[in-house]
Every structure is written in C-alpha cells, then in structure tokens.
Design a protein around this ligand. Structure first.
Ligand code: 4HQ
Length: 229
C-alpha cells in the first residue's frame, strides 16, 4: 500500500523510519511519500495561508496550493483515497482503520497548519478524519496516527496475526484483560494465582471476565446495546 502525505513539514515524517512501520517499509509492504505543500505556494514568498474573509484571528489555508498539490499527486497515482485531517472529521476508530487498510492503491492524507482550511478545500477530498476531540497545531501527528493504525493491519506487517485478533477493538470487543510478566512478585504485588496455574480453560475464563469488568468500568460506551425486542 502507498501512503502519500501533503504537508508543510515533510521532515516530521522521519518518525516513521523507526520500529514496526520502518520494517514494513523496508520489506516493501508499505511506502510513504511526503509532498511539500510549499512547492505549490503562491508568489515569491510561496504563500499557502491568508487572513480570513469577515475578519477574525488566525490564518486560513488557501485553496489553490492544496488543489495544485492534490492534483499533482492524484494525476501521478490515480485511485488514492484523499483524506483531510481535521477535528471536524469523523472520529478515527479501529473499524475505519481496517476500512482504510483495504483501500487500493492507497491513501493521500492532507496535513494542514494554521487555524484551518478554506471551506472549499472540503470539496476536493473524499473524507475528513479526526483523531480526537482536542486541538493540535497541525495535521502531521494525526496523519501519522492514521498511518500507524492502518500499517499494522496490512498483511505481513505484524509477525503474529493472533495478537491482532485478540487485542482491544480488534473484534470490536472491549478492553484487554490485565497482563503480567516476570517477576511473580513486584513491590508486594503478586501475579494472580490463576495465571500461574497452567489451567488454560480457567485462564481463558478469568481473562474474559476481567476484560468485561474493565470495559464496563472504564468504557461503558464500548458495550453493545441489548437488542430491543
Ligand atoms: N488539527 N484530528 C488544526 C487537529 C486534528 C485532530 C489538524 C489541528 C488540522 C489545521 N486533526 N489543523 N484533532 O487538531 O485531526
């Protein structure tokens, strides 16, 4: 899968050279291509932003540089799903990540700066995505969050697809059960006896139970509503 990103800060995406994503890229499972929006800036100052009509504080991204950048990328690679990163978008969740991971040939993410986009930019994208209800200074970190959530779902990226199936949200289930590793006792806290018992039926039951309790306490919003009769 290809992921293209339009950004004023291509150097931020070197973070994706490391770890699982870095390895996936070396293996050719994923390619990441940054496109510097400044190259489509207007005038000798390569301007990409301007003051808002009607007044108000802050700057807004002008539509022409974004349109030129989107056109250049999509002309070279047709079929990319074009996604604007914005707090006004649909909230990213595991289901959306899975859907994006299935899109061929890949994605074009738009990471903006300033206070937002000229409204007409929205007509040039397929979707708008938010990574959560808080305000950041740019769409770069949100774009990287999308890339990471999507990349680990691509075939061959995770060593052990079992861990994919079991983890939280993987099967739209609840939160993960508590996990322990060595030592058996740490600062007076013991590993639950059942996990040392070797009784795998009991362990499965304990984990399912803990997972249910934890989800009910911490994330009741994740519990599916009872089907009404
Ligand atoms: N921004 N989820 C402002 C975000 C954001 C988010 C991206 C900051 C767009 C213009 N994006 N720029 N939260 O806060 O996606």
């Amino acid at each position: 899968m290809q992921v293209h990103v339009i950004t004023l800060f291509p150097e931020m995406f070197t973070a994706l050279d490391a770890g699982l994503i870095g390895r996936a890229r070396q293996q050719g499972l994923l390619s990441i291509h940054t496109h510097d929006l400044r190259e489509h800036g207007l005038g000798s100052y390569r301007q990409v932003d301007d003051t808002p009509y009607g007044g108000g504080s802050g700057m807004v991204m002008r539509p022409e540089p974004l349109a030129a950048a989107i056109d250049a990328v999509t002309a070279a690679m047709p079929g990319l799903l074009t996604i604007l990163m914005t707090p006004q978008g649909e909230l990213l969740d595991q289901l959306t990540a899975r859907e994006l991971a299935g899109h061929q040939p890949g994605l074009l993410l738009i990471a903006g700066r300033y206070e937002g986009f000229d409204e007409r930019v929205r007509t040039m994208v397929d979707r708008e995505l938010s990574i959560g209800d808080y305000v950041l200074s740019g769409g770069e970190l949100p774009a990287m969050v999308v890339i990471e959530a999507v990349a680990r779902l691509l075939p061959g990226v995770l060593g052990n697809p079992e861990s994919l199936r079991e983890e939280s949200f993987g099967d739209s289930a609840g939160l993960e059960y508590p996990q322990y590793t060595r030592p058996e006792e740490f600062r007076g806290m013991r590993v639950p006896e059942v996990l040392l018992s070797g009784n795998h039926a009991k362990i499965r039951e304990w984990r399912a139970d803990e997972s249910r309790k934890r989800t009910a306490r911490r994330r009741p919003d994740l519990i599916p509503e009872r089907r009404k009769p």
